[in-house]
Write a protein that binds this ligand. Structure first.
Ligand code: HEM
Length: 140
């Protein structure tokens, strides 16, 4: 058996980073826009929407910059603001189980809507869960 044959196909075909796998900056932009559009539109995300300000423009821009780096692409967020310190930056907002679960459901729906590859989608759901759960700052 040659070296090539012994390499699992998925590993050989898989792009180097989740950022590339998703489709680079245009795909991250589509994802973030869909995420905040859904947050604005869907009654199921009402409490999550309520913890945000009147406009979501600032959040859209910042989540786009942040996710590019978090997915293994360019560090736009860090270049501008330094270390994200996400937990600390979210302290002004109530994040309980309900907000966590609405954030995750909204992101799950956005990933589906932009056509993220299923294997990547599943991995990202797991990583987002870790991050969102760690950001809870109120028990309820
Ligand atoms: C779990 C529930 C969450 C709630 C309720 C929440 C809420 C918010 C709110 C209200 C803002 C401020 C938006 C603005 O500037 O107008 C914000 C900013 C932000 N959020 Fe979240 N968020 C949550 C989870 C997450 C997660 C899981 C991530 C990352 C994976 C994330 C990444 C960010 C980033 C990067 C910013 C911009 C921070 C800054 O520089 O000001 N958030 N979030």
């Amino acid at each position: 058996m040659s070296m090539q044959e012994s390499t699992p196909q998925s590993a050989a075909e898989q792009p180097a980073t989740p950022f590339d796998w998703l489709g680079g900056e245009p795909a991250v932009e589509r994802l973030v826009n869909r995420f905040y559009d859904l947050m604005d539109l869907e009654p199921g995300y009402r409490e999550l929407r309520a913890s945000h300000g009147t406009t979501l423009d600032d959040a859209r821009q910042k989540l786009f910059w942040f996710l590019c780096g978090w997915l293994g692409g360019p560090q736009h967020y860090q270049d501008r603001f330094g270390h994200p310190r996400l937990r600390m930056r979210h302290m002004p907002f109530k994040i309980g189980i309900q907000e966590r679960d609405q954030w995750l459901a909204c992101m799950d729906q956005a990933l589906r809507d932009v056509g993220a590859p299923p294997e990547l989608h599943q991995r990202l759901n797991q990583s987002f869960f870790q991050t969102a759960d760690w950001m809870r700052n109120t028990p309820a």
